[in-house]
Design a protein around this ligand. Structure first.
Ligand code: ASP
Length: 356
């Protein structure tokens, strides 16, 4: 009997110490490393890449994008400078972009062929390699928060559609009527594409990316990567996917390794672009893996993956990334990418076009 008790108590200890996915809260991971805080921190965000050309942009629209990028970056930066975690900074920055109709995520999500909005998101913690992802939700106001909840409060990595929505309700996340995601501008984009499809017999895939709002094609996914004072990396990505998507299509944004990846051994990455290519190229993970295995810099890895590998595959888009030293890479093979970076010193860098 005594021997059994001994085993039982021993087992309990082992259980408590097991890296059970659902029990890794961010707070726990920070406390362990709070002994050696560094003053090196920073974050990078993106609001989508594509054929973003100055000639197609009005001054007021460009200013609106710059203002929102600044607001999101500063929100994340304030959290980091106050000792918050990289995951907290990532979610705060992404929430601001999700709540803005300017970006294809949350409020500004694009429409599916059926005229609905299906949202995808994911996050990854570079210290624990814990991750959370959701796809095809239609009622969750901030999909990135649901991805965080999946990571921290469930024993799963990826939930989809109604199951994900049920979990969101159980977790007390903000639920909205699907009508919340209606914006005239995005709805018009869908109508325009459907019209165009009718006249284009070969269903040219490029048609699907047309965004009349900036008179050209672009991807408006949002993402953020951050390094906190404790040396931990995190990444997150949130999107409405691609206009006119059908059959419950899922893009790269909620796929860990494609749209989002973070590993303290290398870097944190968030992608935007033609999702199918990012999935096939496992773009986010490939950048991290190249850094780790080839012992090259983040910039070299990002350049190779986007400018050589992705481009050769026929994919378009870009990434933002940061490593443990606070080095950043913002690499894209399109005409532009909404992007912003802020370092520990508070230097803010906001760019839209290639030659900014
Ligand atoms: N990567 C997203 C997707 O394919 C689109 C985007 O970046 O805007 O769903």
């Amino acid at each position: 009997m005594r021997l059994y008790m001994f085993y039982f108590v021993g087992l309990l200890f082992i259980q408590c110490d097991m890296p059970y996915k659902g029990k890794h809260t961010e707070e726990k991971s920070v406390n362990k490393e709070v002994l050696n805080p560094s003053e090196n921190f920073g974050l990078v965000i993106h609001g989508g890449a594509g054929t973003i050309l100055k000639k197609n942009m009005t001054d007021s629209l460009e200013q609106a994008y710059r203002d929102k990028l600044e607001e999101a970056t500063k929100a994340g930066h304030t959290i980091l400078s106050n000792g918050g975690t990289s995951m907290q900074a990532v979610t705060a920055a992404i929430n601001i972009m999700e709540d803005s109709p300017l970006f294809n995520a949350g409020k500004g999500a694009v429409f599916t062929h059926k005229g609905t909005n299906e949202l995808d998101a994911s996050v990854m913690d570079g210290k624990t390699l814990n991750a959370g992802a959701i796809s095809g939700v239609t009622t969750v106001k901030n999909p990135i928060n649901l991805a965080v909840a999946v990571m921290n409060k469930s024993e799963h990595v990826m939930l989809s559609a109604q199951g994900a929505e049920q979990f969101a309700k159980e977790q007390g996340l903000k639920i909205v009527d699907p009508q919340y995601f209606y914006t005239e501008r995005r709805y018009k984009s869908l109508q325009k594409i459907i019209e165009k499809e009718k006249t284009e017999l070969d269903h040219d895939t490029k048609v699907s990316f047309m965004d009349p709002f900036i008179k050209d094609s672009k991807y408006g996914t949002v993402g953020c990567v951050a390094l906190d004072k404790y040396g931990n990396l995190a990444a997150g990505t949130s999107t409405g996917g691609m206009t006119n998507k059908r059959y419950n299509r899922i893009g790269d944004a909620p796929i860990i390794g494609a749209g989002t990846y973070a590993n303290n051994a290398s870097c944190a990455v968030s992608s935007t672009g033609w999702g199918e290519y990012f999935i096939r190229g496992m773009v986010a993970h490939d950048i991290a893996a190249m850094m780790e295995y080839k012992e090259i810099t983040l910039q070299e890895a990002a350049h190779t993956v986007i400018q050589e590998k992705l481009t050769k595959l026929g994919g378009t888009g870009g990434i933002v990334s940061i490593d443990r030293q606070g080095n950043v890479a913002m690499e894209f093979n399109t005409a532009g990418m909404y992007r912003a970076h802020m370092n520990a010193a508070g230097d803010l860098d906001i760019k839209i076009y290639k030659n900014d």
